[in-house]
Write a protein that binds this ligand. Structure first.
Ligand SMILES: CC(C)(COP(=O)(O)OP(=O)(O)OC[C@H]1O[C@@H](n2cnc3c(N)ncnc32)[C@H](O)[C@@H]1OP(=O)(O)O)[C@@H](O)C(=O)NCCC(=O)NCCS
Length: 160
């Protein structure tokens, strides 16, 4: 595998969507559509971030979408390109979201995750999220969701 280049986060733009959709299609059983991502680009409270290499600023390694609302931040999507998984990229994105939440003085972050997605559940647990309850048959294939929450109160040094 080629070495991981130097990466930086930036807000996504419409030119990123072809690459995002290719990663999305290879990563999720029920991928988001182009119009789903387009909507996030124009939603005021949505943060849609991509991690790109510093050299081209156009090659996408990972992305995330979360909503900033005063009562809580909601994580909607976090995806790493299959060939770059296991290199710490999702943890980097989670840190950015947590730092943003603390900066905005929002008390908690919420997310839903398929109960079969053990990799994502491990990631969230390692970032301080705890399961609060389940939503039975939440997904269109009948699968249940875990609702997980992290409270930002008292976090002074975001996780490394
Ligand atoms: C879930 C996902 C985002 C993790 O991204 P990643 O960049 O590979 O994860 P990282 O390398 O940052 O690892 C962070 C933590 O995640 C967990 N993790 C990552 N890969 C794992 C694996 N194969 N098995 C178990 N836990 C794993 C571990 O807790 C890991 O921490 P550690 O390395 O200290 O043990 C990635 O697998 C992915 O894009 N999956 C498909 C899309 C998806 O399911 N997204 C979540 C729901 S929207």
């Amino acid at each position: 595998m080629e070495p991981l280049p130097k990466l930086s986060p930036r807000p996504a733009c419409s030119e990123d969507l072809d690459s995002v959709l290719a990663i999305e299609g290879a990563s999720h059983p029920f991928p988001w559509s182009r119009s789903g991502f387009e909507k996030e680009l124009s939603t005021a409270w949505s943060r849609f971030l991509v991690l790109t290499d510093d050299e081209t600023d156009s090659r996408i390694f990972a992305y995330m979408v979360y909503w900033i609302q005063t009562e809580g931040v909601s994580l909607l999507n976090i995806t790493v390109a299959p060939e770059w998984r296991g290199t710490g990229l999702s943890r980097k994105l989670m840190q950015l979201m947590i730092q943003d939440t603390i900066r905005e003085e929002i008390p908690r972050i919420l997310l839903e995750v398929r109960e079969s997605n053990l990799t994502a559940i491990r990631l969230y647990e390692s970032c301080g999220f705890k399961k609060t309850h389940e939503r039975r048959s939440f997904y269109s294939n009948g699968e249940s969701a875990w609702v997980m929450e992290s409270r930002t109160e008292g976090i002074e040094t975001p996780i490394q």
